[in-house]
Design a protein around this ligand. Structure first.
Ligand code: MLC
Ligand code: AMP
Length: 504
């Protein structure tokens, strides 16, 4: 049987073709039929450009109907979809192109000149720029093609998408996510979160990461639920549209902001049945304040780019603050230490196995091998404990990764750049508490000379050229020397303890 994810989604919404699928502010309503036809136009357009199953397409575009059309068009044709965070810089984009070797790059109109230049230098055969407006000329061109109602034959092992995740070495890795990974996860989430065609999902997340793209979109489409599709998380728009919604998904920052928003009153959530949080730890404070204000217990779940969703608190039953719940159907987890499986709440590294686990890192066989155990479990790098009922509580990460507003920041990537700046002898990036974003990176620097410290502004200018804005440290602190352990390694734990509350 064809395991093409689009065909599976289609089979599940085809009895609702005339119902509204997408409500996008300042746009006409889009029915499931409209969406199906739109994706067939995109499939045709990709096909006319000569792309075929297994070819890669990179896009760095704003959240829009076209972005969904492109995603679904790729699924239909078996073309590998590679979305990039819109804040990535030219420098970062070049790395992704070199790594992926796409046949097509789709960018925003405002970055057309820069991307066109990179594409010609790096031999990307095709390139287009597409905007968000209903009358965008490139969208119109795509809509003028003859729709291609294709469901390319795919096995559950065929790659549907490659999503980049950074690494401890500072080098991004492309996670190869298959049609089978995505369908198994969407089917499991529909079941455990009770999604139906009666639901209205408030969608304010970006769609270049797993959370907004797969968890939210795939689950809603598979359930034939309506989606209120907002361009981004803007508190006024979210509050206004929540009154028409039944489910919302978000990172903890969204819930921090809602709790502190005066206009977020009973009328704004009286139709809501479920608030879901993930991508970063939801603090007990936010969970409890939200519960006090709304009488809703936020349902926290846990996942990763490489694995999709792994565990979730229950829809029915106790949603325990500070825990991420139980493994999804068909997913196994274990906590490991020194090669032993732990039990009864002992802390170890969490490993996961199941149909949700990705195929490996694109063109990084060695790295892939390192991150799997011999018996096929993926080593997440998250530290946690599993109680006797199977409930998981996370307590940290084995790497020093920072999660800022749901985006991952890898210290190494920033330190490598800082250490090349004249005037900086050495640097350490650490994550400290941030009341809105959860955590934020700050830089601890040692100067090359005693009497001159480069102004922050100059450092930021250099960083802005090379890395996305959300990775820029919120503070630069100069000290005489970095604390080292006996092995000569920077004791980041000590720095974290010292500066933990500096941004609060
Ligand atoms: C934006 N900015 C951030 C930021 N987002 N800075 C730090 N951390 C962030 N997360 C910066 C911008 O570059 C800009 O800088 C300034 O903040 C204002 O931009 P904005 O777009 O207006 O920001 P804001 O609306 O406040 O965005 C914050 C946010 C957004 C939390 C709403 O980042 C967001 O929607 N995050 C969701 C991330 C997500 O989807 N994660 C899922 C990963 S998947 P300047 O200098 O120009 O002012 C995953 C797996 C799983 O982890 O389990 O789900
Ligand atoms: P990413 O690389 O963007 O896929 O991020 C995945 C990481 O986000 C995981 O390895 C966890 O460290 C973190 N994460 C996701 N969900 C949660 C959660 N509910 N609580 C704590 N951390 C989470």
């Amino acid at each position: 049987m064809n395991q093409n994810l689009y065909e599976i989604l289609y089979k599940n919404f085809k009895s609702d073709l005339d119902r509204t699928c997408l409500e996008i502010p300042n746009y006409k309503k889009i029915s499931f039929k409209d969406l199906d036809i739109l994706s067939a136009h995109f499939a045709s357009f990709l096909n006319n450009l000569g792309l075929k199953k297994g070819d890669r397409m990179i896009c760095q575009i704003d959240k829009s109907l076209s972005a969904i059309g492109l995603y679904l068009g790729c699924l239909r044709t078996g073309i590998i979809y590679t979305p990039l965070n819109t804040s990535y810089t030219k420098n970062e984009v070049e790395y992704f192109i070199n790594n992926i070797e796409p046949k097509l790059f789709v960018c925003r109109p405002e970055s057309k000149d820069i991307i066109e230049n990179i594409c010609s230098l790096l031999d990307v055969p095709s390139f287009i720029a597409i905007g968000t407006k209903e009358n965008d000329p490139v969208l119109n061109e795509i809509l003028s093609t003859k729709p291609l109602n294709i469901f390319e034959n795919c096995s559950d092992q065929d790659i549907a998408a490659i999503l980049f995740t950074s690494g401890t070495t500072g080098k991004s890795k492309g996670a190869m996510i298959t049609h089978g990974n995505l369908s198994s996860n969407a089917l499991a989430l529909r079941e455990i979160w009770g999604f139906t065609s009666e639901d209205v999902l408030l969608h304010a997340l970006p769609i270049f990461h797993v959370h907004g793209l797969f968890v939210a979109l795939n689950t809603a489409l598979l359930s034939a639920s309506k989606i209120i599709f907002l361009e981004k998380f803007n508190i006024e728009d979210v509050v206004r549209n929540l009154s028409k919604s039944t489910v919302m998904m978000g990172v903890p920052t969204y819930y921090n902001r809602l709790v502190n928003e005066e206009e977020f009153k009973h009328e704004s959530y009286n139709k809501m049945r479920l608030f879901i949080s993930g991508s970063a730890p939801l603090t007990e404070k936010t969970f409890n304040e939200f519960k006090e204000k709304t009488n809703h217990s936020i349902l926290e779940r846990y996942g990763m780019t490489e694995t999709g969703m792994i565990t979730s608190n229950p829809l029915h039953g106790n949603r325990l603050e500070g825990t991420v719940g139980f493994p999804l159907p068909k997913v196994s987890i274990r906590a490991m230490k020194d090669g032993k499986i732990l039990s009864n709440n002992e802390k170890g590294v969490i490993e996961v196995k199941g149909p949700n686990v990705f195929r490996g890192y694109w063109r990084m066989e060695e790295k892939t091998k390192e991150e799997f155990t011999e018996d096929g479990f993926f080593i997440t790098g998250d530290i946690g404990q599993i109680d006797k009922n199977g409930r998981l509580t996370l307590s940290g990460r084995s790497s020093d990764m920072i999660i800022s507003g749901g985006y991952n920041v890898y210290p190494k990537e920033i330190e490598i750049i800082l250490n090349t700046i004249k005037g900086i002898r050495e640097s350490a990036i650490i994550g400290v508490k941030h009341s809105d974003l959860g955590e934020s990176p700050i830089a601890i620097l040692v100067s090359e000379s005693e009497d001159y410290k480069i102004p922050d502004k100059e450092i930021i200018e250099i960083l802005n050229e090379k890395i996305a804005k959300y990775k820029i440290p919120k503070l630069f602190i100069w000290i005489d020397e970095l604390p080292l352990n006996a092995m000569g390694k920077v004791q980041k734990k000590n720095l974290r303890i010292k500066y933990e509350k500096i941004l609060l």
